[in-house]
Ligand binder design. Structure first.
Ligand code: BDP
Length: 702
């Protein structure tokens, strides 16, 4: 009787809908409202069998207990052994089909058995089991075998020591450096849980524009405190390093990587780090890029710099992740000069010269995290060097946290691109997962979109991007639609019609954003410095390749950047098959057209429109699609928590205002060159170019 009353009370409490602030992410574990479904799960969740002596298994069972408590409204106890059926059994296995993080979930003798060859595998399997319940899958015949395709699945935090986040739009840093190591914010643990639940196993906690203070004992002890929280969740900590640290910290007279004193400094420092954090993951380095120090300051190469750090890491398990995001100023007047080619020109000749402990981390596209980019030409071009993928989850060039843009389609578009370097099917994904060139080390990184905002990501819907990154890092073959469906069911609602509406919004959102900002392959025409709003009229900047005109090349003839043989020849960096796709303006798919060609305003495109008419059509329909997203969102009002509903609705209203801004700015500006009218049936913008111009200036004022 007593038990029944408690059960009833628990049920009642979990049925009550409290305002949701989004803090729980996709790990909400709200009671499953369908009683029949709840009972079907109750059948397999009578008890949990696990060896909770191990800290990772303890985490897994705690998560299972709280998940089942929430989802099914019942307390499940953990036993060390049981002969009965109807429980969940977490056990170690020796399964040759599994790698050291993989797992299986099977229904065996009436129990749901989650096994892995390591505790980490079991942890990931546990989250998969919870996900199955959260998304309404039956456990009766469950049969899952899953291995991550990439070894290091990492977040890169661009978090600064003072608590700001470079390109962060969700509050300040999660890491409270001044309170560490003594004061452990409970949020660190929730951060780790969320990452573990999607298979993220590594994190770089400080900005790539790195402060040398992270190499001091004072700070290493703070980092250790975080590492201790993350470890039971299977997450390794990495640090971004300032290449000039030996000199800055007065350990050497120079930071030249070939200087014996410098090498000795890094060796001693690395040893010290491992004495403090025994499972330290390694170093991430931004060198000789955007003013950061690096080996080229001393006439050395990127390989010299990376290998020096690799040498310091030799006695340990850690690795060096060396970024390829480099570009020298190139002049607009140099007909072959093109930022597109810079990283390739710097790194391709170094293939084969890097130590085995080095991974070169390449951004998805050749310029800089634009809303759409062709895949980076380095993918496939360095068969002897493991290449890691770097995506940006934070929406630096995708409308900050005022815009709803679901990024899985962007990530997938790049991963599925075919490099053709070993014939058809040599996708970027196969370069990154190591299968194409037999790389031993494999890694994928996402620049994090997390911050101190209560809902973690600023825009509530951007949680889906953190989620999608993790899921694709584990298995790049998952579809954008499947990930959207999972996320929506776990985070927002179960009602099928509403789930469909939300996933439709998510799936269309990236293309909508491209249309009202940079359609047809336009790129890098955003507000200078802040990267917010349009500024296509920017003709000069501190560097030529920071100006918009450098990229769009609008003139009286047409629009777009000629990167063919007649232009800067950037296209020649790709395999012949790729060149063939993009060489001929008549055959280049429209999404990439202006990336590679300067196209006449009156040239007819495959849509039947002239370039000018098609450009206008995209800007106007892009805006219309934002209005449509708003309507669709309104239609799920009754299915969404009020607080979340209002917040997303408000941000969508902002997005519409921004879409009008982009449209007006771009059609009015480019019209000066095309000298053609806005095509019917679209109305002329209601304001002048001058009026729109002042807007971006407003945002750039100090
Ligand atoms: C650019 C960002 C800059 C970063 C840089 C990088 O604007 O803040 O430091 O990327 O990736 O897109 O290093």
């Amino acid at each position: 009787m007593y038990k029944k009353i408690i059960g009833f009370l628990l049920f009642f409490v979990s049925m009550n809908t409290f305002a949701d602030d989004g803090y729980r992410l996709w790990l909400k574990y709200d009671l499953i409202s369908n009683k029949q479904q709840r009972e079907s799960y109750a059948h397999f969740t009578k008890f949990i069998v696990a060896n909770t002596q191990h800290e990772i298994i303890k985490v897994a069972t705690d998560e299972l207990k709280s998940g089942l408590q929430g989802l099914l409204g019942k307390q499940v106890s953990v036993l060390s052994t049981s002969k009965n059926a109807g429980g969940i059994v977490l056990q170690l296995s020796k399964n040759q089909a599994l790698n050291d993080e993989g797992f299986t979930i099977i229904n065996q003798n009436g129990n749901v058995v989650v096994s892995g060859n390591t505790e980490k595998g079991i942890l990931y399997g546990t989250f998969e089991l919870l996900r199955s319940i959260q998304t309404g899958k039956s456990l009766a015949n469950i049969f899952i075998t899953s291995n991550p395709k990439i070894k290091l699945r990492m977040l890169n935090h661009w978090d600064n020591p003072l608590g700001t986040i470079e390109r962060g739009y969700a509050g300040s840093s999660l890491w409270k450096w001044y309170e560490l190591p003594e004061n452990i914010d409970p949020r660190y643990k929730d951060y780790a849980r969320a990452n573990a639940s999607i298979g993220i196993n590594a994190t770089v906690v400080n900005n790539v524009n790195a402060s040398a203070r992270f190499m001091t004992k004072e700070y290493l002890l703070k980092v250790k405190a975080l590492a201790d929280v993350f470890r039971p969740y299977g997450i390794q900590i990495f640090l971004s390093v300032n290449f000039a640290a030996p000199k800055i910290l007065k350990g050497a007279k120079t930071s030249d990587p070939l200087d014996p004193q410098v090498r000795a400094w890094w060796q001693a420092k690395t040893k010290e780090i491992y004495s403090i954090i025994p499972d330290f993951g390694g170093y991430l380095v931004k060198a000789n890029s955007e003013g950061e120090p690096g080996p080229q300051d001393f006439g050395r190469t990127h390989a010299d710099g990376a290998n020096m750090l690799a040498e310091a890491l030799k006695p340990f398990t850690g690795v060096v992740i060396w970024r390829a995001f480099v570009y020298k100023p190139s002049s607009k007047d140099d007909p072959k000069g093109d930022r597109y080619k810079e990283a390739y020109n710097d790194f391709k000749p170094l293939d084969g010269q890097f130590d085995r402990k080095v991974i070169v981390q390449v951004k998805n596209g050749p310029i800089d995290f634009q809303a759409r980019e062709p895949f980076h030409p380095l993918f496939g071009a360095m068969p002897k060097t493991p290449l890691a993928m770097e995506f940006q989850i934070t929406q630096e060039y995708l409308g900050f946290s005022t815009n709803l843009v679901y990024l899985a389609p962007l990530f997938k578009e790049c991963l599925e691109s075919d490099t053709y370097v070993k014939g058809k099917g040599s996708t970027v994904a196969k370069v990154v997962d190591g299968s194409l060139h037999d790389y031993n080390l494999t890694a994928i990184a996402g620049v994090a979109n997390t911050g101190s905002d209560r809902n973690w990501t600023g825009h509530f819907m951007s949680q889906a991007n953190w989620y999608a990154f993790g899921r694709l890092a584990w298995n790049h073959e998952l579809s954008s639609a499947q990930i959207a469906d999972e996320w929506t069911k776990m985070t927002l609602m179960q009602d099928e019609k509403a789930v469909k509406t939300v996933t439709n919004i998510l799936l269309a959102s990236r293309e909508n954003y491209v249309n009202f900002t940079t359609p047809l392959g336009l790129h890098h025409i955003m507000g200078q410095g802040i990267h917010y709003g349009p500024e296509p009229w920017l003709e000069r900047s501190a560097r030529p390749d920071w100006a918009s005109a450098y990229y769009h090349r609008a003139d009286s003839v047409g629009l777009g950047f000629d990167r063919t043989k007649k232009g800067t020849e950037a296209l020649l960096l790709y395999a012949p098959e790729v060149q063939n796709q993009w060489n001929d303006p008549n055959k280049t798919p429209l999404p990439y057209l202006l990336w590679f060609h300067h196209v006449g305003w009156k040239t007819k495109l495959s849509t039947g429109n002239t370039l000018w008419d098609e450009l206008c059509t995209r800007y106007y329909t892009g805006l219309a699609s934002v209005k449509e997203m708003r309507q669709q969102w309104s239609s799920v009002k009754s299915n969404v928590d009020k607080e979340i509903f209002e917040d997303v609705a408000g941000r969508l209203a902002v997005q519409e205002r921004e879409a009008i801004w982009w449209r007006d700015a771009c059609v009015l500006y480019f019209q000066q060159y095309s000298k053609m009218p806005i095509p019917a049936p679209f109305p002329k913008p209601e304001r002048s170019l001058e009026e729109v111009k002042t807007l971006v200036e407003t945002y750039q004022l100090r």
